[in-house]
Design a protein around this ligand. Structure first.
Ligand code: NDP
Length: 401
């Protein structure tokens, strides 16, 4: 029985809180804090209506470490679950250290003025968390998150040696809008417009953004174009699995999304360089974000499924083997259960499961941890019971690209 403080009342935060409310034996008391308290109140009202559980709410600017410390001291949680934006990661980790509380997030730190995400800033907290006897769990979403758990499960149960790993992320959902991102638009566009990068033979191979395309037939979705991209878990997978020769990340995008992105990029709207507008500085991408639908508003509009998995090649008992571990999630079912579409659902549920692993002591440690370092079995067992069932398929052949 433990108190939890969730920061960030967007799509992922809403799902995590809805799911926590259904597990009172783990989450005895939930407080949800965010920049706008009205968003917390809306989530709390939905949770009360669906499960009869009361969620406390608070207004918080988590960039303000002192305010975050004060809230943690008032709430006294056993764990802070950070589902705000990557910009707040370090401030919230500092507040956890100052108050002696464990920490979890779903996205690695990224400075506002540079579209560059990497674990170095948060790995630098290793000694401080260890010396304080606290645990920080990084990247407990779907990707990063579950994809690394799938890789760890593959290594533990399915292959004696992994040679290659491909992560395939398909959102086959349609929200009927010409251009909307299914998670925070600013973070999404910064990620998608970055140069592609994958790990091959001990080094990073870079290429232009969205230049390398493959067609793949996703179960229950159909054929989609997927694009080689850089993604957070590539860094931790390369670090914790030096045996893997090649690690790649692929994500699907529709024609309309890419056409809009190209035009917006051409006219400078995706830039994070400040420009003067009517006497004040604005960041074009932040202005664009204000014009785009909030991910949490897409729930009632989105139909179709997500299909995210890992395909690994390697050897088992001396024989070559290719295994695909995947989850398929339905947007409308996710909405019916939590009021949010499947991209928020597939992020918020693993955040809740990671939190449950820490609060029940199934995952414990002192220091800063990535998902690859922890036992995949209890996490994957809980996925099956919490709306993200997964399956393992043997493929007759490795990918031919
Ligand atoms: P949203 O934009 O829907 O939600 C973010 C929430 O954080 C908003 O409610 C926002 O408040 C709040 N927030 C922003 N700044 C602050 C601040 N300074 N203090 C307190 N609250 C703040 O995004 P998502 O829910 O889609 O994503 C949440 C996180 O999950 C992001 O870090 C994202 O990168 C990550 N993510 C991870 C994935 C994974 O699989 N690992 C996949 C998708 C997302 P307001 O509404 O007032 O702006």
């Amino acid at each position: 029985m433990s108190k939890v403080l969730v920061i960030g009342a967007g799509g992922a935060g809403s799902v995590a809180v809805h799911k926590m409310a259904t597990c009172p034996e783990v989450f005895s008391h939930i407080t949800l804090a965010s920049r706008r308290v009205a968003k917390c109140e809306a989530v709390a009202a939905s949770v009360l209506a669906r499960s009869g559980v009361r969620v406390d709410v608070a207004e918080l600017d988590a960039d303000d470490t002192a305010a975050t410390i004060a809230l943690i001291q008032a709430v006294k949680p056993a764990l802070v679950v950070n589902l705000a934006l990557p910009y707040q990661d370090l401030s919230i980790m500092d507040a956890c250290l100052a108050t002696g509380v464990n920490y979890l997030d779903t996205a690695n730190y990224e400075p506002r003025d540079e579209a560059k995400f990497e674990y170095s800033w948060q790995w630098a907290y290793q000694d401080r968390f260890r010396e304080a006897g606290l645990m920080a769990l990084l990247g407990s979403g779907f990707d990063p998150g579950v994809t690394s758990v799938f890789a760890t499960y593959t290594k533990k149960h399915l292959l004696d040696r992994i040679d290659t790993l491909d992560i395939l992320d398909c959102n086959g959902g349609d929200n009927g809008l010409p251009f909307a991102t299914n998670f925070n638009p600013e973070i999404n566009i910064r990620e998608v417009t970055a140069p592609s990068r994958h790990w091959e033979n001990g080094t990073w191979v870079e290429g232009p953004a969205l230049a390398h395309k493959q067609v793949f037939n996703f179960d229950q979705v159909g054929e989609r174009n997927m694009y080689l991209m850089y993604h957070e878990e590539l860094e931790s997978l390369a670090k914790f699995y030096p045996e893997i020769n090649r690690i790649r990340f692929w994500m699907t995008f529709g024609e309309s999304y890419l056409r809009h992105l190209e035009v917006l990029g051409n006219i400078g709207m995706t830039s994070i360089e400040p420009v003067m507008f009517e006497g004040r500085e604005i960041i074009p991408l932040q202005f664009l974000k204000a014009m785009l639908p909030e991910p949490s508003s897409l729930g009632p509009k989105t139909r179709g499924k997500t299909n995210i998995g890992t395909i690994a090649t390697g050897e088992k008992d001396g024989k070559p083997r290719t295994v695909y571990v995947l989850n398929i999630c339905d947007h409308e079912e996710a909405y019916a259960e939590t009021g949010n579409q499947a991209v928020s659902y597939t992020t918020g549920v693993p955040a809740m499961i990671g939190a449950a692993m820490m609060l029940t002591g199934k995952w414990k440690g002192e220091g800063v941890f990535n998902m690859e370092q922890l036992d995949p079995d209890p996490f994957m067992e809980m996925m099956n019971n919490q709306g993200l069932p997964w399956e393992v398929r043997d493929l007759p052949e490795p990918l031919d690209f």
